[in-house]
Write a protein that binds this ligand. Sequence first.
Ligand code: CDT
Length: 309
Amino acid sequence: MREIVTAALQMGPIQKAETRQDVVERMIALLDRAKDAGATLAVFPELALTTFFPRWYMEDQAEVDSWFETEMPSAETRPLFDRAKAYGIGMYLGYAEKTPDGHHFNTSVLVSPQGDIVGKYRKVHLPGHSEFDTDRAFQHLEKRYFEPGDLGFPVWRSQDGILGMCICNDRRWPETYRVMGLQGVEMVMLGFNTPAVNSQMSAEGPEDRLFHHRLSVQAGAYQNATWVIAVAKAGVEDGHPLIGGSLIVDPNGKIVAESTTEDDEMLVHACDLDLCNFGKETIFDFARHRRIEHYGLITQRTGAELPPV
Ligand code: CDT
């Protein structure tokens, strides 16, 4: 048995006016609960330090940059890192990253229980659009503010396991999990901010949104025989609702814990990484069963091209 007692630390809404300091205080309170529950790994949401700012159209780059971190840990996040290290808890933390040479990414880091940043991931699949869209009920401007990630989908050895990261929209793409699955991933951590309605089709509400979320995460877990920890920022941010539905999913694709609120909430589960072994050695033994000679289109073609009529 190789257990990681994992705390999925869902966060309720963060309003535009709230400061990093306010938010970090809430995160430390969640970390205290994780410690009391015996966790050694805490998973926070995507863009955990601020409101989901890509819903706001901005033209002033200085204003855009005010949502980004230029260092991690920063002065504001140092207390969170210090508390996690004192507790011996590793972390997944999502934030907006501005690099020293001026690039902007939607990023997460993996921190070891000793307090070191051992991994970094930059979101590959950026949803939404880059210009103000009058046809949408609200904006989703990730393509405006972020560049696609440039680090691929690495995995890291930490806490006696093989851990990987992705961010929000990445969870809907089977390639995300499979690239990590091909490196033996045993736990995929991901944070998300998912609007509760479709800005382009109001009939698609929270039930459908939660269904597609669970479907994607459970399929990714099952088809790669891996744990998936999916953590929401949830609730109503300045009038804009985000779904909850934080999940801990086992390597059979079964949900073992799910949040019940749209507020700060902890899910905790002792995730035995050895439960991945059976699936990886049988139905999803990639080395025996995959047929890569038939998968070329996956990397040769981006969009669908229809056969001739
Ligand atoms: N943050 C994020 O990636 N959200 C997307 C919204 C999709 S609709 C533009 C998601 O996949 O949940």
